[in-house]
Design a protein around this ligand. Structure first.
Ligand code: ATP
Ligand code: MG
Length: 363
């Protein structure tokens, strides 16, 4: 964690106590503080954060800080508040209830327009008596889950669509470090389509402590499939080729699994039989965190993580470009592999793998 925040400002100090991280922002200007807050909103492994004021552990100092928070509440145009006090340091001479009463009275005495509302306050001023006293008003959410880096490394097949960035985000929240691979078919797909995927990787990477995106030109593979394979099979065969290429890349970069944004029966290539064909050429586990999600829920997540607006930009992905009008719905694995092998794609896949473009997105 220290390394992330040191990149923003090398004076930031991090301290850990009793399930809390403290970031000391001495000498930080407001722009830096906002950068840090943005990073915290994207940091997996923490459920939330608050900008706090730290003061001496005396009731007078606590009251003074609470009054400052009261002033900010009024400036925001809010009228009601309550104090929520907690005391992990039991040697503090006042109980939590007494702190609430004294600080609450002090705030209402200082600002007659502010009223205490225990049940439905606009704002809550939190007082925590720990090794020092901490006062904050308002908490922000972070993604929660587990810290990235604690659950191995996975290679995300990243398209320009809505689903795959969400799939990457969900596994980052389970602690997985993510690399990404994208296949394009330039000049059949545009440079804008590639730029869009780079942008999506940057946002996905902002939740994964950075991401490396490997971009492969798959035009020759795709053209051979289009020319030689039975038309209804083309999308499934292309997916099989992507899986094979992704697995070879994964072995090189020591990823332990492949990740896709597939969701059961979302489209023809994602029936259970076709998913089975797609993964039949790889040995690594294929993680599909969206398998049981409907599109509505996936879109909600995409909006939340900030990828949706980019995903819906109208640049064609190589899969949609050549998709057959009547695709096979329930492909047979044996038949799929017989056709696949007859295409002799290995050399073209290896060629694509040896000419990759690498985009590094840091946190
Ligand atoms: P959407 O369904 O919203 O268009 P998607 O990313 O899920 O977006 P699909 O066509 O459903 O696109 O593809 C299923 C999965 O296959 C993707 O989630 C992604 O993991 C992988 N995939 C598809 N196209 C590519 C590509 N060009 N490069 C890398 N992976 C891809
Ligand atoms: Mg999809």
């Amino acid at each position: 964690m220290q390394s992330i925040f040191s990149k923003i400002n090398n004076k930031i100090k991090i301290k850990t106590t009793q399930g809390r991280y403290y970031l000391k922002l001495a000498d930080c200007d407001e722009t830096t503080a906002l950068k840090i807050e943005d990073a915290l909103c994207r940091l997996t492994g923490i459920s939330g954060w608050a900008r706090t004021v730290c003061c001496e552990k005396t009731i007078d100092a606590v009251i003074e800080c609470c009054a400052e928070e009261g002033n900010k509440i009024l400036k925001r145009g809010n009228k009601t508040f309550k104090i929520d006090a907690r005391r992990t340091d039991k040697s503090f001479p006042l109980s939590s209830y007494e702190i609430c009463c004294l600080a609450g009275n002090a705030v209402t005495n200082a600002f007659s327009d502010l009223k205490v509302d225990i049940h439905n306050p606009h704002d809550i001023i939190h007082v925590e008596i720990r090794e020092k006293a901490f006062i904050y008003c308002g908490t922000e959410k972070a993604p929660g889950g587990l810290p990235v880096g604690t659950a191995g490394r996975g290679l995300l097949l990243l398209s320009g669509g809505i689903d795959s960035p969400v799939a990457g985000f969900l596994l980052a929240c389970r602690g997985m470090s993510i690399d990404a691979i994208h296949f394009h078919s330039y000049p059949y797909t545009s440079l804008e389509a590639k730029e869009k995927v780079i942008r999506l990787s940057q946002i996905t990477g902002s939740y994964c402590m950075g991401i490396k995106l490997y971009i492969l030109n798959f035009t020759k593979v795709q053209m051979k499939i289009k020319e030689k394979a039975p038309y209804p099979w083309t999308t499934v065969l292309l997916r099989m080729a992507m899986m094979e290429a992704a697995e070879k890349a994964a072995f090189k970069i020591k990823s332990k699994c492949l990740i896709t944004g597939e969701s059961l029966s979302q489209v023809a290539s994602q029936t259970i039989e076709n998913l089975n064909c797609t993964q039949s050429r790889v040995k690594l586990p294929v993680l599909r965190p969206l398998i049981g999600f409907d599109k509505h829920s996936i879109i909600k997540e995409a909006v939340r993580i900030g990828t949706y607006d980019i995903s819906i930009q109208p640049y064609e992905d190589c899969c949609t470009l050549f998709s057959p009008p009547h695709p096979i719905l329930h492909g047979n694995v044996k038949e799929a592999n017989e056709i696949y092998e007859s295409l002799e794609l290995t050399e073209l896949i290896d060629e694509a793998l040896s000419n990759y473009e690498l985009v590094k997105n840091s946190f």
